[in-house]
Design a binder for this molecule. Structure first.
Ligand code: CA
Length: 599
């Protein structure tokens, strides 16, 4: 019974982790956890006894979050070979993985640590571009060379050095002494040093399989984990590796999982229960013991963000969508939902086309209902017609205010960052919504519960008339006055000085961001009002970008019913505005680089 309860609590914990890291829309708290998508890149140390399937089988047996596995495994392959023959890279690029496991050839970390690290960096860069995380598969020592695991000083352990020299196959080209000097770092640090160092450098995770193996080989009675070739794993060895991966990937103890793992009729492992339990305990201790934690626990959580845009009159909304997707690809932000706050029928289709191009066609997308601002767009129709997307007409899209309700209801309290770069019609509408199936709270209460901060591109500081506020003045006045969380304003004067767009001439032709600027102004620079709001929302809220802008927190933004605004020093509300600090050209370079990033 206790076991069951614990398992259930574990399941809930896993489910909450899932909401943090998956791309797919996560509506409501009862959505079953989306499987973790894991790609294994390596060689026979991974393929023998089908380690990936065994990992998936353990997760399946646990009954919590599932692990979907795929593999690119080539016998004897080093990371260098994986990079050079390009196929592993193609595979990494082919899908949206959550995790990519990298396994180096079994000797290389010790006898050519430099190359291992060099190619690990290249592969990890590809993994990061996909918004995925690297986990290194820290392997085990050969049965007859146990010092490989932790390494040994070759001068103090000449026997070890001689064996490694022998199996490295370099005796024809390099004499023993020279070789020892060349390999000093690898011989000293062993497999553990080589893997832990590179993982630390890259902010990656480690599945400490070799560390668990060492403990199991030294257990009383000792386990036999190697096969007869003294190198590859027997089924017990792979089972232990699978327990380490299960624990690493899901940040959960494998203790209590079955020793028999089947895939259909095929038995992948059949370890007696008492032995399985000891192996699970060893695996869990190894995972807990490596100084840095697994993928979920060690990484900063992405900002959970809702993006509301007019995507109509000006093209900076397109540049901003590109920035947002680039930041999402880098794992800095999770886009929860988007909304369009204007009536132009092409605007939502254009936004859907951009999301589709950036491989996030499933972002929940809403459109303003009822009266709202409308005008012509120089690019929205062109992008909608030239690039594929699923949404057929603006009318088919749900009410943005209701989409926001549904998404907010499923999020942890005080966690969501809302960003507006257009009129405030949807935000006003959201505040005025009543209880529904997703939440029994009214709009204002729901926002108060779930939203951390609203970052608003709007207003002119100290005072003036700015399009996002004046084009629906009553909505702006209502939303800003009644909004129940802190608001940060990136006023007109901030983005006015930051020119971006001409750099898109370097982007591939036929890509939608470039094309939108082409249609709008012939690929010339344009102000970056909207990009600043997204950049601030994603990178600044936890103290980043302190050198970009100063902030003023005293006072509040007063908005009249015609949308004109003025900053008033009293009373002091939870309003903040940005003030120029860094040279706008430097900020432009950062923004433009993000705008150029392709999926
Ligand atoms: Ca805008």
């Amino acid at each position: 019974m206790i076991q069951m309860t614990r398992r259930r609590i574990l399941g809930l914990l896993i489910a909450s982790v899932v909401l943090l890291i998956v791309q797919a829309p996560a509506f409501g708290q009862e959505t079953p956890p989306v499987p973790l998508k894991v790609l294994f890149v390596g060689n026979s140390y991974t393929s023998v006894n089908d380690l990936p399937s065994m990992v998936a089988g353990l997760a399946e047996a646990a009954g919590g979050r599932k692990i979907d596995v795929d593999r690119h495994l080539v016998g004897g392959c080093t990371l260098e070979k994986h990079v050079k023959d390009q196929k592993a890279i193609d595979k990494i690029r082919a899908e949206k993985w959550d995790v990519v496991v990298l396994q180096e050839q079994s000797l290389r970390p010790v006898i050519d640590r430099q190359s291992m690290h060099e190619y690990a960096r290249l592969l990890d860069a590809e993994v990061k571009k996909q918004g995925a995380k690297t986990i290194f598969y820290l392997t085990w020592a050969r049965q007859h060379v146990p010092d490989m695991q932790e390494g040994a000083d070759p001068t103090k352990s000449p026997e070890y050095a001689k064996v490694m020299y022998g199996i490295s196959g370099v005796s024809k080209t390099t004499d023993f002494e020279t070789w020892c000097q060349q390999q000093n770092a690898g011989l000293n640090g062993g497999l553990n040093g080589a893997y832990l160092d590179i993982a630390k450098e890259l902010g990656a995770g480690v599945a400490p399989v070799g560390i668990a193996w060492k403990a199991a080989l030294a257990a009383d009675p000792p386990f036999v984990l190697h096969s007869q070739d003294k190198s590859h794993p027997n089924p017990t060895g792979t089972y232990l590796a699978a327990c380490v991966f299960y624990a690493t990937l899901l940040d959960a103890s494998p203790v209590g999982l079955p020793g028999k793992i089947q895939q259909g009729d095929k038995v992948l492992a059949d370890i007696p229960d008492d032995q399985a339990k000891r192996l699970q305990e060893i695996a869990w201790a190894a995972v807990k013991g490596v100084g840095f934690k697994t993928v979920h626990a060690s990484d900063p959580q992405p900002v959970r963000l809702i993006f509301d845009t007019d995507m109509m009159g000006d093209v900076d909304d397109v540049g901003t969508a590109a920035v947002l997707h680039a930041l999402a690809d880098q794992g800095e932000v999770k886009i929860l939902a988007m909304g369009v706050c204007v009536k132009n029928p092409w605007s939502p289709l254009c936004l859907d086309a951009l999301n589709t191009y950036f491989r996030r066609p499933d972002i929940p997308l809403g459109v303003v209902k009822g009266p709202a601002h409308d005008r012509a767009s120089k690019y929205a129709q062109g992008i909608a017609e030239e690039f594929p997307h699923a949404l057929k007409s603006a009318e088919d899209a749900p009410d943005a205010a209701l989409v926001y309700r549904q998404v907010l209801a499923g999020q942890p309290d005080a966690s969501v960052v809302m960003v507006s770069v257009g009129q405030l019609t949807n935000f006003r509408n959201l505040l005025k919504t009543g209880p529904d199936d997703h939440s029994n709270l009214g709009g204002t209460e729901l926002v108060k519960r779930k939203v951390r901060v609203w970052v608003c591109m709007g207003g002119k500081i100290p005072e003036g008339r700015e399009a996002n506020l004046i084009n629906d003045g009553p909505a702006a006045a209502y939303a800003i006055e009644h909004w129940p969380t802190p608001i940060v304003f990136s006023g007109w004067e901030i983005g006015q000085e930051i020119m971006t767009g001409a750099g898109l001439r370097k982007a591939p032709e036929g890509t939608p961001v470039r094309r939108a600027y082409e249609l709008y102004n012939g690929l010339n620079d344009r102000q970056s009002w909207d990009q600043t709001a997204v950049l601030y929302a994603v990178r600044s809220l936890d103290g980043g970008l302190a050198d970009y802008w100063d902030v003023v927190t005293e006072g509040y933004l007063h908005v009249n019913n015609d949308g004109s605004n003025a900053w008033r020093t009293t009373p002091d509300k939870d309003h903040t505005y940005l003030v120029r600090k860094m040279d706008p050209k430097k900020i432009a370079a950062v923004i433009e680089e993000l705008m150029l990033q392709q999926p």
